[in-house]
Structure formats: structure tokens, C-alpha cells
Design a protein around this ligand. Structure first.
Ligand code: FEO
Ligand code: CA
Ligand code: CA
Ligand code: CA
Length: 607
């Protein structure tokens, strides 16, 4: 998005790094590697020497095997992968969910057909199953009118309904056959769309802020970006840029303070749904609070096809990128979440009690607990600031307002403005990795300057932070350091990437990094594998022109990985026909698809 909406006056830290930090130091030595030896709920106040620190707190003890041959950047119409690996395509947009292996045609495609087939804009996902069959939950973040309809905007309600049906997520039964992975026939195959009945749960569930004068039911999920999954077998799908789907038909409409803070405008992102579907018309008083019904983490039980998706209000309302779930001390559930906008924040939720005990009492661990927002100090420590009425800054608020207008609450709490927090992933060793995708406004006129945690003004290529949370994830302090600054300079590690977005830290110390956006010299998006000990990167996969590489899921053995190509060619068939063979202007429209990756010798993906 071209704008940002955090105009709060939160403190930003003096740059302790600025232009003098050497790039090599940044990549290998650790910028701001002021990681203090961590001693529990309260970080040590003494600052140890640089040499004593990061190694004892961050990175794998021993380098994981990353033995494949790194490949060069690409700019062509089809993906490439390291020579030791094989790939195949699964579940492209419009493939029927009946296991027939066939797809609906692009021309004449209807909303009813879309509801029975794979959606568009494949993004975060997770796999629940064995090494040969199971359920893959796949988010469908977005589809534009040019790509879905072949026209610039929808011009009737049927076209809006088709676009809405392409959004949401799919639960897809898949199985491995002699010819590779395919969609299986299953009663569990399911589409959840922008019009599927949903429900609210948690502290804000009965808030007046979530009710419309029209008394219309809660429907749908939108802009489902990254994801999470729980130890009790459910999937979390996260609503990100929901603001873009709303618009106003009346020229007298003005954004409220809350709406402005969420980037809500009269035209949205140009989807024009509001012209045909009153639910998305900001100036229709009957639907005044409809927009508050989006921006949530939504829980879906893939094994119960008749279940209603539940919007978990305790996790707050922001432009949720993902929801990284960790089992913390005493079995409490911890969820790390990024709010992806320039100068927005990193959050965590901690359940009130042990998750098994809560569930045995019939309470969801995602319904009772405490929400926090992160403050990152220049010395490499950080605090989790509580977002509740117990915080003096929020004493006059109500909990439902804190959870619905979470960005405004976090502004008052004093959170650190970040360079667009995207995915978060915590590994078995308890390190949490966060991608900060980019922020070209950082340090520009009138905007927050560079600081320790966001060390570059005009941050074109983004960076990755890692932190170690206090008290086995449930504490209120943490230590952090910069893991990598992405840039456009080749070095011996060959990393050269920009706009890190998807991230997954595996149990051996590998960090898979996927990109979305500005790549050096306008190359295609890619997936790299980093060594958390040495911080060396190798490039495993490159995507297609105009497309993003996003989403990562693995089978239990980790010998099969699923990733996505989103918006190949930005929908333009003169750039690519992926996954079909590229034929140029007359060829088929490109289709968002899953790519299945395996090592030819059967090893763990990443080795
Ligand atoms: Fe949907 Fe922030 O990426
Ligand atoms: Ca993303
Ligand atoms: Ca992104
Ligand atoms: Ca994207």
C-alpha cells in the first residue's frame, strides 16, 4: 500500500547505528547485537561485552546441513529450483474440489463454481496429516478484477460475488500418488469465503462495536494472509488488508479516528465492491460497523467441515499478517503476531492458563488471556506492554474497545514503530524470527527516523529481527538482535534479496525466507534458506515474473514442503502463463498455485 496510518507520536529511538555500521557487521556480526545474557522474567540490566553475547543467546549451536547448490536470481516466466530438488504444481486457482483433477474454465467462470473450487491469491497455509495424505489449509489473500474478471473493476453484483468467493481459504484433502500429490475426493474439502457465516468469541464478542443497525449476520473472512495452527489441531487464518475492500458511495462520508488509523478511505483499493454490495459501503449507516468485523485472527477446524469459523477477539484487531503459536511455560498458549503496515507493531497474546486445562473447562485458550505490544529498546532489550485497562495509559478504555481499536490502544501504550512486521516464526530452541519487509518512508520528511530496531532510513529491502522471549515466552521482557539486513549487494553468502515476508524456522536451525516485492535488479521473488548460526543464505527456489513466493507447510518428515506462487504475472498472461507452459499473449491466464518441493534423494527439505 502506498500510505500508512500511524500518525501517533510514539517515541522512536535515536539511531545508534546510522550510516556508519558496516554491512558485513550487519550481516554477520549482528547489528545492535546488544543481546544481553538473558536471566528470566527481567532482562539483565548490565551490558556484557559484545563478544560474550549473541552467540550464547541466538543461533543454532551447530550449523544445520544446507547442502544444496544455491541457484542464481531469475526473471523468467517459470519457477526454478536447486538441482538437487524436484517440484510439481498442486491445486491451482479454479481446480475443482471434487478430486477429479479438472478445473473450471476462465471464461464464463461463476461465483457458484468458485465456491466449489480452489480460491485465488494462495498465501499462508498449514498441513495436517501424514507423509502420504492429509488436509492442507490454504489462505486466499486476494484476487484483483483484472486477474479474476479480465476487466478493471466489477460492474455488477454477480462479478462482486465471484471475487468474494475467490477470497478466504480452502481446506483441501490431498494425497500422494505414483504421479505425485493431488487433490483427493473428501467430505472435508471446503471453501470458506467472504460470505461464509462466521462468529465472534472472546472478550469483545458482544461489543456494540461489532453490531450493525441492519442486524445482519457475521459473514466471511477477507485478505487472509499468513496463518498459524494450534496444538489442538485447528488452523488460524489472519485477516490483513481488509480496509481495501470497503468504500463509500456518498461523497459526504468521512473516516472516523479509528477508521483513519486502519487506513480506511472512500475508495479503498479500488475493488468497488461497495457499489454493489451495501455491506462494504462505508456511507451506508445500516452497516456502520461492518468494517470492525474484519482484521481478526480466525480459527477454523479443518476436520469439522460443518463448523463455523470463529473470530478470536482476544487477539486484537489489526492488519494481521500471521499468528505464530508457541506452547509457553506451564502450557500456556502464546501467539506472536505482526501488523503489516509502515510504522506498525509486533504483538503477542498469552493465554490465562494451561491450554489443556482451559479446554477441559470448555474454554478456548484463545479467548482468555492478555494481549501485549512490543517496545524494542536500543540496548537490545525489549518490553511487552500490556493492552488492557490495567495499563494506566488505557485506564479509561474498555476491553472491547482495546480489542476492536487495537492500533489506537497500542499507540497510547508506547509501542515501537516497525518497518512493516510480516511473518513471525519461533523455532524449537525458542528463537523468534520476524520479517520487517521494507519501509521507504522511514526517515523521510516528517516520518519516524531510523532507530536500533529499524536501522535504515528509506528501508527499500527490509530486514529480519530475532528475539528470545522472557520466562519461556510468557514474560514481559525479551532480548533481540538484527538477524539480517536484506540488500542488493552480492557477497560470499550470495544472499541478495529484498522484501522478506514469509519465514519459517525449522527445528534444525534453518530459517526459510520468502520474498514479496522489491528484488535486486527487478528479479523474481524467491525462497532462501539461512543458517541461524552463521547467517549464510542459499537460494533454493525462484518464482515467476510478477509473482510472490509465500506460504510454507511441511509433512511430518519434512521431506515434502508446500509453498505458493501468488499473483503470477500479476495476472497478466503476456508475462507468464504459469503453471501452464508460457505461450505469450494468447496463452492461458496465469493461476495462483501451490508448488510441492522435495529433495530428489528423499532428504529433509533445506538439506
Ligand atoms: Fe499479506 Fe503483509 O502480506
Ligand atoms: Ca505477506
Ligand atoms: Ca508482503
Ligand atoms: Ca503480497
Amino acid at each position: 500500500m502506498e500510505d500508512f496510518s500511524n500518525h501517533s507520536n510514539n517515541e522512536t529511538f535515536e539511531s545508534i547505528l546510522n550510516a556508519h555500521i558496516s554491512r558485513r557487521q550487519a550481516l554477520v556480526g549482528g547489528v545492535a547485537s546488544a543481546a544481553l545474557l538473558f536471566v528470566g522474567a527481567n532482562a539483565a540490566s548490565a551490558q556484557p561485552s559484545r563478544s560474550s553475547l549473541a552467540r550464547s543467546v541466538f543461533g543454532a549451536r551447530k550449523s544445520p546441513k544446507i547442502g544444496f547448490s544455491s541457484i542464481p536470481l531469475q526473471s523468467g516466466p517459470m519457477p526454478t529450483i536447486a538441482q538437487e530438488y524436484a517440484m510439481s504444481v498442486l491445486a491451482p486457482w479454479r481446480e475443482k474440489l471434487d478430486g477429479s483433477g479438472t478445473s473450471f474454465e476462465y471464461v464464463g467462470f461463476t461465483a457458484a463454481q468458485q465456491e466449489q473450487s480452489v480460491g485465488i491469491g494462495h498465501d499462508g497455509m498449514w498441513y495436517f496429516g501424514s507423509d502420504s495424505k492429509g488436509l492442507l489449509c490454504v489462505n486466499h489473500e486476494y484476487g484483483t478484477a483484472p486477474h479474476m474478471l479480465g476487466k478493471s473493476v466489477p460492474t455488477n453484483l454477480d462479478e462482486v460475488r465471484l471475487m468474494q468467493a475467490g477470497h478466504g481459504m480452502s481446506v483441501i484433502a490431498i494425497e500422494k500418488s505414483a504421479k505425485g500429490w493431488k487433490i483427493a475426493k473428501s467430505k472435508k474439502n471446503r471453501r470458506i469465503t467472504a460470505n461464509t457465516p462466521a462468529t465472534f468469541s472472546g472478550p469483545a464478542a458482544s461489543s456494540a462495536l461489532l453490531v450493525n443497525p441492519a442486524n445482519n449476520p457475521v459473514l466471511g473472512t477477507l485478505n487472509n494472509c499468513a496463518n498459524g495452527y494450534t496444538p489442538w489441531g485447528t488452523y488460524l487464518t489472519c485477516e490483513e488488508n481488509f480496509n481495501g475492500y470497503f468504500g463509500a458511495t456518498s461523497s459526504s462520508w468521512r473516516a472516523s479516528t479509528s477508521q483513519a488509523r486502519y487506513g480506511v478511505t472512500a475508495t479503498g483499493f479500488g475493488y468497488d465492491w461497495h457499489k454493489y454490495d451495501p455491506r462494504f459501503d462505508l456511507s451506508n449507516a445500516a452497516y456502520a460497523n461492518e468494517i470492525n468485523r474484519f482484521g481478526w485472527v480466525v480459527e477454523v477446524d479443518p476436520n469439522k467441515p460443518g463448523s463455523t469459523p470463529v473470530k478470536r477477539t482476544a487477539l486484537g484487531r489489526v492488519k494481521h499478517e500471521g499468528a505464530d503459536v508457541v506452547e509457553g511455560k506451564n502450557g500456556r498458549i502464546v501467539v506472536y503476531m505482526g501488523d503489516d503496515e509502515r510504522f506498525d507493531y509486533i504483538y503477542k497474546f498469552v493465554s490465562r492458563d494451561n491450554w489443556k486445562k482451559m479446554r477441559s473447562r470448555g474454554v478456548s485458550p484463545l479467548d482468555e488471556g492478555t494481549l501485549y505490544v512490543a517496545k524494542l529498546n536500543a540496548d537490545g532489550t525489549g518490553q511487552w506492554l500490556e493492552l488492557s485497562t490495567a495499563n494506566p495509559a488505557l485506564a479509561t478504555w474498555t476491553i472491547d474497545r482495546i480489542l476492536v481499536e487495537t492500533r489506537l490502544a497500542a499507540d497510547l501504550a508506547g509501542a515501537t514503530k516497525m518497518d512493516r512486521p510480516e511473518w513471525i516464526s519461533t523455532n524449537k530452541a525458542g528463537e523468534t524470527y520476524v520479517t520487517l519487509t521494507n519501509n521507504t518512508r522511514r526517515g523521510t520528511s516528517g516520518q519516524a527516523p531510523a532507530d536500533a530496531a529499524n536501522p535504515r532510513a528509506v528501508n527499500t529491502y527490509g530486514h529480519i529481527i530475532r528475539f528470545r522471549d522472557g520466562d519461556k515466552h510468557i514474560g514481559t521482557s525479551f532480548v533481540w538482535e538484527i538477524f539480517a539486513l536484506a540488500d542488493n549487494v552480492f557477497d560470499e553468502s550470495g544472499q541478495m534479496f529484498g522484501s522478506p515476508d514469509g519465514i519459517w524456522a525449522d527445528e534444525d536451525g534453518r530459517v526459510f525466507v520468502q520474498t514479496d516485492g522489491e528484488q535486486p535488479d527487478r528479479h523474481n521473488d524467491q525462497m532462501l534458506v539461512a543458517d541461524s548460526k552463521t547467517r549464510e543464505f542459499k537460494r533454493l527456489f525462484t518464482g515467476v515474473v510478477g509473482g510472490e513466493v509465500t506460504g510454507v507447510a511441511v509433512t511430518p518428515s519434512r521431506k515434502t514442503m508446500f509453498i505458493n506462487i501468488q499473483h503470477p504475472g500479476d495476472g497478466d498472461n503476456t508475462r507468464t502463463n504459469f503453471p501452464a507452459k508460457f505461450t505469450g499473449a494468447a496463452g492461458p491466464v496465469p493461476r495462483d498455485s501451490i508448488v510441492v518441493i522435495s529433495r530428489k534423494n528423499g532428504g529433509i527439505v533445506g538439506t
